[in-house]
Design a protein around this ligand. Sequence first.
Ligand code: NI
Length: 199
Amino acid sequence: MILPIVAYGDPVLKKEAEEIDEKYPDLSKLISDMFDTMYHAKGVGLAAPQIGRSIRLFIVDGSPFADEEDDEPDPRAVGIEDFKKVFINPIIEEETGEKWAFQEGCLSIPKIRENVHRKEKVLITYFDENWEFHEETFDGYAARIIQHEYDHIEGILFTDHLSPLKKKMLTKRLQNISSGKIDIDYKMSFPDAKKPKMI
Ligand code: NI
């Protein structure tokens, strides 16, 4: 089932999300709905706050970053074709390496892409959808997707990483997103959309 994606400006996107446990109701249905929602919107990651749940859960599928066969191999894309995962109660233990710039976008902030600088590598612990515990290191695009989605469960958006000037230049476009004045081909919910007037 495709769920509406919460747009920029909704307070749920600014909240630090809560851990969950194995008793969380209908978790596997929620995860499967999140995958439907992410694929429908052509995203590579989706965090639970983006569908209005303030819980520490995100999903990823980096396969759209996989190299085309005739492309020069991109070292940052190694293994990305199999990077489909569920992260529950994740903790980024360590970020290492040089910072690099990448034009990030976000399903909650459609049609805006800006360079964000982040470190190359992450060491993360998490539970998967079967509540198995993992401790793993990721780099390249996989690390980038994790860092972006992890920010969501901390109440941070990629626009929070931009310089004040850059952010100021985006103000009007961000307001338009919050109020739903935007053309988008997936389901969203807008915090400042005008309610139809009662007569
Ligand atoms: Ni995002």
